[in-house]
Design a protein around this ligand. Structure first.
Ligand code: FNR
Length: 187
């Protein structure tokens, strides 16, 4: 079998280093993971006023998560938390009440920054949100990626053996995590 992985890039930047990281992760992932990006940049700002009648962009978001066996978050850190655009997407997906798209879904978080903290605090913040949304998170390994253009090529090639090995291990563990969760919580 193959596993459908919907991935979120938490950045709307045209030069996003986290988008580059997502390409690198897809490159080193096990062959039986199939990746589809779930876009977040076209969503209006969430309000409960929409609950009775979701706009098409938000329905598409929820449909894309429903079609995924698992979700992967690749996000920058903004002011020691996650970007508003990503939080907005999560808020949309978690609603209307009783229709939380993340309930029991296998999930993993990762992110890159130029700084040595490597989005650690953003990931902690995201983990708290996903925890409340009842996602089944991979808790280990953690991955705090310090981005450097010498290591990451724009198309996702990785120019450093230890980084490649680490990211390969991360994605292979994610695959095991997905399989483990789906065994008890089939989607
Ligand atoms: C940042 N940046 C940043 N970096 C970090 O390590 N911790 C932080 O808290 C922040 N805060 C922050 C806030 C805002 C509003 C911006 C625009 C940037 C820097 C950030 O890591 C850098 O811009 C990355 O390039 C963002 O990732 P993408 O968009 O390139 O994927």
């Amino acid at each position: 079998p193959t596993y459908q992985v919907g991935y979120f890039v938490g950045s709307l930047s045209s030069t996003s280093i986290n988008r580059v990281l997502s390409k690198a992760l897809i490159r080193v992932a096990p062959d039986d993971l199939v990746f589809t990006e779930i876009p977040i940049g076209n969503l209006p700002l969430y309000s409960q006023d929409y609950d009775a009648d979701y706009p098409p962009e938000a329905t598409a978001l929820k449909d894309a998560i429903a079609a995924s066996d698992a979700v992967l978050f690749v996000t920058p850190e903004y002011n020691r938390s996650i970007p508003g655009a990503l939080k907005n997407a999560i808020d949309w997906a978690s609603r209307p009440w009783g229709h939380n798209s993340f309930d029991h879904i296998p999930a993993a978080v990762i992110g890159a920054s130029a700084g040595s903290i490597g989005t650690a605090l953003a990931q902690q913040s995201l983990r708290a949100v996903l925890s409340f949304c009842n996602a089944r998170q991979m808790t280990a390994p953690e991955a705090y990626i310090q981005y450097s253009p010498e290591v990451f090529g724009a198309d996702g090639d990785i120019g450093d053996a230890s980084t490649e090995e680490f990211l390969t291990g991360f994605m292979s563990e994610f695959r095991e995590h997905i399989q483990r969760v789906l065994t008890v919580l089939p989607r």
